[in-house]
Write a protein that binds this ligand. Structure first.
Ligand code: V47
Length: 364
């Protein structure tokens, strides 16, 4: 394989990766541009196995999207709806509690809860849904509200982000998911999500969370109108932020699904791009402990292969995923533990059921 990597003109990057030397942004661009997927995957696998051995993590989680009403209406999103839309919905606090109650017999360890930027729900609503979940399921870990929502909540609370986060933590918030990062480039934000919190704003919120001891994830929505240079700039900003505050757990590349969006003329991402996005991220984000191949977006088959291209996590059981399915995802709504264990074992890795903070619940 090393010969293959050298033949692909990536011998200098191989040396750096073997020596645990950081690769440059130019190296990152070269990896993305390389037509030799196997060579790039080989490099990523070195980092993957150094950091996580043969482990492939998954979690027993539940998704709750409390409302799809959103004032940002990003062009790439099929989930967010204007308040006046007949497809708009909003759950009451009791509805959210009922969703949790319905599945109390399952060994769910994490609730992943996000929504849109709602024009008029009060700050107290967000406190109430966090407290409501913990009332029904006291031991569950709540990973909720993207940094974009947190910035909005700080506006509602009329408090700085750190104080807002402290109030949310007291109410039950345990960590923050990686959504809303999209692509940090102002050009991309201007063209696709001009009303959304800026990339700098997103990073500011996530780093504030890190300083309070909250762990967060990071994502990148790829495969629409962004350039390879803009992808690497995005990864570079994440790597720098992680050097400073160190609170990121996982990076998740999100493959763009165009159906029912304002960008519906674009194609779905290719398998090559899906694997390269995982592999380049693994090589570049040397300070991120985990890279997640989100099976809901790239499908269980591609997630399985991604476990040899840098990924060490496939997310989890999920169930009732709405954001990607509204945008045309053809994957199932949920996977059972048995299915997750099977796809991981078939990929030659060790299935590890984890908690949100990568504490080991069970090794299969
Ligand atoms: O912020 C929106 C993206 C994100 C589309 O932290 C789309 O572990 C593809 O962030 N096609 C929400 N993507 C999902 C998310 C996430 C999912 C799973 C795990 C974690 C984690 C985070 O989905 C949004 C946006 O970036 N998105 N529309 C679309 N049409």
């Amino acid at each position: 394989m090393e010969d293959l990597v050298k033949k692909a003109g990536l011998g200098d990057i191989l040396d750096k990766i073997k020596d645990q030397e950081r690769i440059s942004t130019e190296d990152g661009i070269r990896l993305y541009q390389s037509p030799d997927l196997l060579a790039v995957g080989y490099l990523a696998n070195i980092v993957r196995e150094r950091l996580n051995g043969d482990n492939a993590y998954f979690i027993y989680n539940q998704h709750i999207n409390y409302s799809n009403i959103c004032t940002n209406l990003c062009k790439f999103c099929a989930f967010g709806k204007d308040k006046s839309s007949d497809k708009a919905y909003e759950m009451t606090v009791e509805d959210v509690k009922e969703k949790v109650r319905e599945r109390l017999d399952e060994p769910i360890s994490e609730i992943h809860m996000v929504g849109g930027i709602h024009p008029d729900l009060p700050f107290s609503y967000y406190i109430d849904i966090l407290q409501g979940i913990k009332e029904v399921r006291p031991d569950v870990h709540i990973q909720a509200f993207t940094c974009v929502e947190i910035a909005h909540l700080a506006g509602l609370a009329e408090k700085p982000v750190d104080q807002t986060l402290k109030i949310l933590m007291d109410a039950g918030l345990d960590s923050i998911p990686g959504g809303g990062a999209e692509v940090f480039s102002p050009r991309i934000r201007e063209l696709t999500c001009e009303k959304k919190l800026s990339g700098e704003g997103w990073l500011e919120v996530t780093q504030t969370a890190h300083r309070l001891g909250l762990k967060t994830n990071a994502t990148m929505l790829y495969g629409h109108i962004e350039t390879i240079e803009e992808r690497i700039e995005h990864l570079d900003a994440l790597r720098t932020a992680q050097d400073e505050t160190g609170g990121f757990l996982a990076f998740i590349p999100l493959s763009f699904h165009p159906k029912n969006t304002e960008m519906s003329t674009l194609s779905r991402t290719s398998g090559i791009d899906d694997l390269k996005s995982v592999a380049v991220a693994r090589c570049f984000l040397d300070n991120f402990p985990h890279i997640k191949a989100y099976w809901v977006m790239i499908g269980p088959k591609m997630a399985q292969i991604a476990l040899s291209f840098g990924a060490d996590d496939v997310d989890g059981t999920v169930k009732e995923e709405i954001i990607t399915h509204m945008a045309g995802a053809e994957t199932e709504q949920a996977m059972s533990i048995e299915e997750l264990v099977r796809i991981i074992k078939e990929a030659g890795r060790t299935p590890v059921q984890r908690g949100t903070l990568y504490d080991v619940i069970k090794t299969y």
